[in-house]
Design a protein around this ligand. Structure first.
Ligand code: 4NP
Length: 156
């Protein structure tokens, strides 16, 4: 089983959206088998909460169902998961500081490394902004799916 964890700050906007968009992508290409996809936050502030209603609404208009419950990143995640995909530089730095040894550090990859036609270096936090921020998150996530999946398929 290959295991992929998406990470943002609160685990109520970007990373649950990434989890749901990747799961929908896997359904579309018929490659769900052998893959476990989850998401978590560097903060546990929203632990136990559903994803932000605005994020769910914007995703739902594209046929994407966000069903995950917020949780904080756990120590075990560094061992259990094969890839820890971060949404922004802050998430990347926090995770990198928590990783123990090169094997764990190598698992941490910024989502924007997988972008094909866009040039963002981070997935911007939509929490304090308006509708366009949520649309941008979904557009950025879509743009990275092909390359992310190539990476996942090449995991040994
Ligand atoms: P996320 O967005 O990291 O994409 O889930 C945020 C959610 C909550 C907060 C900040 C960002 N907050 O400050 O509560």
């Amino acid at each position: 089983m290959k295991k992929i964890l998406f990470i943002c700050l609160g685990n109520i906007c970007r990373s649950p959206a990434a989890e749901a968009v990747y799961k929908a992508y896997l359904e579309k290409v018929g490659e769900t088998a052998g893959l476990f996809v989850d998401s978590a936050g560097t903060s546990s502030f929203h632990e136990g909460n559903p994803a932000d209603a605005r994020m769910r609404e914007h995703a739902s208009k594209r046929g994407i169902d966000i069903t995950s419950t917020s949780r904080g990143v756990r120590r075990d995640d560094f061992e259990e998961f094969d890839l820890l995909i971060t949404m922004d530089n802050s998430n990347f730095n926090i995770l990198s500081n928590k990783a123990i040894g090169d094997d764990q550090k190598k698992k941490i990859i910024p989502f924007c490394d997988f972008l094909e036609s866009r040039s963002e270096s981070e997935v911007p936090d939509p929490y304090y902004g308006g509708d366009q921020g949520f649309e941008d998150v979904l557009d950025i996530l879509d743009d990275g799916m092909n390359k992310l999946h190539e990476k996942v398929k090449n995991l040994s």
